[in-house]
Design a protein around this ligand. Structure first.
Ligand code: TPP
Ligand code: MG
Length: 741
């Protein structure tokens, strides 16, 4: 073998181990064992330009085994990225370019944040899907296009392959035949705690074959030629490829082959020992010029032509007569412009509008989807329940990679991790499931937030009112979980006005968002405004004379709060009603605004059908009204009564705080309505009107000074328009009239 290559490879090993010992923490096992894999990939295969790390047609490299960060950073330095020896010295220090595990947008050359095992693997699947999608769009414009033809490489370990999320994603990758995906499996049969066989005895090769992958095997992970050959074979496969490469963890160290070397810096003696074994005579954190030169030159010789030719090709394309579509695609690739404009101010909604919120959500996202091909998404097998299908679009498949409805299957966790991978290509994405199952995808949603990716999670069936499916389907604590996730904007709109406002926020702010929608019907409420959603909270019904108290409420629960507010007004309690579609957005407003909506020292109630924990920062003592127990299987109204979140119970609690005792009406068996019988399965084509209770006013009380607006409760039940949920263009003619767009 080429002695320069061997010297460079060994220098990479030593430098990585130096970094770890210098920092006092890190993972030398993978650095010593998997160095030949990463070295071969960078030096002999990746189509990259270290001087242009964001080149849109670069091959992507995902270090799913993120604990190998030192190895990656040392490789990036040697390859010529903007990472210096000083940056390597700063490994794991605050503010450095070289954090403990790879972080997106921190280190040039790092395409995605990894470290939580399994995520990177699934991100790589998403990246490969995004490329297929974009390639498909370009292919419709130019045959034999060369704008995008990159591979996604992923280096993973035993730990990644044990994680469920990787398996979910691998299953979908096989199904979609993502032949642009090459996974390099650092197979050392050792993990952090023990040998792999203490917990795992399956045959990954067989497993992947059954999931529709090509598989390959390299028996000696130190043999870069064999690794090269396997990668060359993988490039021409018609399926995704897993290359199992047998390595020895901590190769060369006193503890090679043992789990001890996985995550403990090598001792001074061991650093000297490996220097001897690998024939490297540098001091700590030093590297020979020759080794760096060899790597940089080999990469440059191999890739310079590719890069320059691609540039020339793009220049000539841009000078040629491009179709409008191609122009948009090139603009998207170069600037990230997804060509979406959306403003809540251009919508006018009928006063008597009424429909399930998930359906309102569906209409708006279908309007958005008409405007940009860079907007797409899917569901973990619940699009017909969440109403998140793009009606004019087809499903994404192996044959039709341009399908804009992604069938993720019942794989919530992979859905979110794949969305992350796809979003890294600049696409605007959404994914849907029931709110209760947001727990299934939390680790990937967390990564969405860490990386600040503009993904919209649409969580429907947002409270115990899902009813008869029972506790497994009734979210209680999920909103608290979402609201405690940093950098996530949680939006729980009250009616279609706020749904439109939510999408306005989503489209114009590029943030990770959880859009939480009720399955229940929502009448439009007097006072709701789409334009106020971005402020997080606003007054929808002001106190009439004097401010006795405030009710803060969200989502569908505002309807109940509204009725209670009116009833209490007639009992002499003057309440301000505040809609708070987003706690996070409200807290980001200037203090003055916050105080104008929620003046300090005013008795404040919060009303939301979910865990009360997030509300204590606003609610007065004993005034956070919510649900802190699991629900139960039963009809919606019965469930609400059982968890004491029905109209009467909430009214009695608030009134009780003012010394007014309200005796709930004798319990009646609620009538069987179609709405509370419906299960969480796909909804019927004809929405069914819900019954609305009429509020009795108390004639003994003085009439309000200011006439109360007509409340939804006093309106007759609105006959809802019929909307076919699938395969039909959503008509906006009578329901949502958009102006000036
Ligand atoms: C989701 C997750 N769980 C646990 C860890 C902690 N952890 C980091 S590496 C590792 C062992 C991984 O084993 P393997 O992939 O075989 O890596 P190797 O020891 O061979 O380097 C564990 C448990 C993690 N980073 N992510
Ligand atoms: Mg291992």
């Amino acid at each position: 073998m080429n002695p320069d290559l061997i010297h460079s490879l060994n220098s990479l090993r030593i430098l990585s181990c130096d970094m770890i010992s210098y920092a006092g923490s890190g993972h030398p096992g993978i650095a010593l064992g998997a160095a030949p894999i990463i070295f071969s990939t960078y030096v002999n295969h990746l189509k990259i330009n270290p001087q242009d790390p964001n080149w849109i047609n670069r091959d992507r490299f995902v270090l799913s085994a993120g604990h190998g960060s030192a190895l990656l950073y040392a490789m990036l330095f040697m390859a010529g990225y903007d990472v210096s020896i000083d940056d390597l010295v700063d490994f794991r220090k605050i503010g450095s370019k070289t954090p403990g595990h790879p972080e997106y947008k921190v280190t040039p050359g790092v395409d995605v944040s990894t470290g939580a095992l399994g995520q990177g693997f699934a991100n790589a699947v998403g990246m490969a899907m995004a490329e297929k999608y974009l390639q498909g769009l370009i292919n419709q414009e130019i045959a034999g296009q060369k704008i995008l033809d990159y591979y996604v490489y992923c280096l993973c370990g035993d730990g990644d392959l044990m994680e469920g999320v990787a398996m979910e994603a691998a299953s979908l990758a096989g199904h979609l035949a993502l032949n642009n995906l090459i996974v390099l499996y650092d197979s050392n049969s050792v993990t952090l705690d023990s040998k792999l066989n203490a917990s795992c005895s399956e045959d990954f090769i067989q497993k992947f074959i059954h999931m529709g992958w090509e598989v390959d095997f390299v028996g000696e992970g130190n043999d870069t030629r064999k690794i090269d050959e396997a990668i060359e074979r993988a490039k021409i496969n018609r399926k995704p490829t897993l290359i199992e490469i047998k390595t020895v963890i901590g190769r060369g160290s006193f503890h090679e082959g043992e789990n001890l070397v996985h995550g403990k810096p090598l001792s001074r003696e061991d650093l000297l020992n490996i220097r001897k074994k690998y024939n490297i005579s540098t001091n700590m954190m030093e590297i020979t010029e020759n080794s760096v030169k060899f790597v940089r030159q080999t990469i440059a010789n191999r890739t310079k032509g590719m890069y320059n030719n691609w540039k020339k090709y793009m220049d000539s394309l841009k000078k040629s007569n491009q179709s409008e579509n191609l122009r948009k695609i090139i603009d998207f690739l170069e600037t990230g412009n997804v060509g979406l404009t959306f403003s809540s101010s251009s919508f006018k909604i009928q006063n008597d509008y009424s429909e399930e919120l998930r359906e309102s959500g569906s209409k708006i996202m279908n309007i958005i989807s008409d405007r940009s091909k860079f907007f797409l998404g899917g569901s973990a097998d619940l699009s017909s329940s969440c109403h998140t299908a793009l009606y004019k679009e087809v499903g994404m498949s192996k044959k039709v990679p341009t399908g804009r409805n992604i069938f993720f299957g019942v794989r919530e966790h992979a859905m979110a991790a794949i969305l992350n991978g796809m979003a890294l290509s600049g696409l605007r994405l959404f994914g849907s499931t029931f709110l209760v199952f947001s727990d299934y995808l939390k680790p990937a949603l967390r990564m969405t937030c860490e990386m600040n990716l503009p993904i919209t999670y649409i969580f429907t069936h947002d409270s115990v009112t899902v009813g008869q499916d029972g506790t497994s389907h009734q979210p209680v604590e999920q909103l608290a979980m979402l609201r405690t996730t940093p950098n996530l904007i949680v939006l729980r709109p009250a009616d279609i006005n706020e749904v439109i406002g939510s999408w306005d926020y989503i489209i114009n702010n590029n943030k990770p968002v959880a859009l939480v929608l009720a399955k229940d019907e929502a009448h439009i409420l007097d006072g709701t405004k789409g334009s106020e959603v971005s402020k997080g909270a606003y007054i929808i019904r002001k106190e009439t004379n004097k401010l006795d108290a405030i009710i803060v409420s969200t989502g569908i629960d505002i309807t109940t709060s509204y009725l209670i507010r009116e009833e209490l007004y007639h009992k002499g309690i003057d309440i301000r009603l505040v809609s708070m579609p987003s706690v996070e957005l409200f807290l980001s407003q200037p203090q003055e605004y916050q105080d104008s909506i929620l003046p300090p020292n005013v008795k404040t109630f919060t009303v939301e059908a979910s865990a009360t924990l997030p509300w204590y920062r606003f609610a007065s003592r004993n005034c956070a009204i919510g649900i802190d127990t699991f629900g139960c299987s039963g009809k919606k109204d019965d469930v609400l009564k059982k968890v004491k979140f029905d109209y009467d119970s909430i009214l009695a609690r608030i009134a009780g705080e003012f010394g007014i005792e309200i005796t709930p009406e004798p319990e009646e068996q609620p009538e069987e309505t179609a709405s509370n019988q419906e299960t969480t399965g796909a909804s019927s084509a004809e929405p069914v009107p819900v019954e609305v209770t009429t509020v009795e006013t108390d004639p003994a009380q003085p009439a309000p000074v200011e006439a109360a607006p007509e409340t939804p409760a006093t309106e007759a039940t609105t006959e809802m328009p019929s909307l076919a949920p699938t395969g039909v263009t959503v008509s906006q003619e009578t329901l949502v009239k958009e102006e000036n767009v």
